[in-house]
Design a protein. Sequence first.
Length: 104
Amino acid sequence: MAKLRKELIEKLERFPGLEDRPSKVAGGSAIFYKGKEIAHFHNDNEIDVRLTRKVIRKEGLSHQTDSKIHKHRSPSSEWIEIRFHKSNEVDEAVRLFKLALEQY
């Protein structure tokens, strides 16, 4: 497992109710909250998060135009790809997870 992915999982597992386990939707590894899949990894530096349209809009986020997995994702999707290649980007992903959890 890549260093930053491991760092992200370790930080997310500190939140009560969050756990890393196999995805039923995407295969591979996913993050579950209270038994519900709210994110899944595409690779070691990209995670797809159910952030909700409200949070995506509020944060001014946009869907990746160069996505290899979700090329035709609807602009109104509740899911968004988050990429991380540096520790500060992992911290930003954790911040966005906190916002997502507030929606549940």
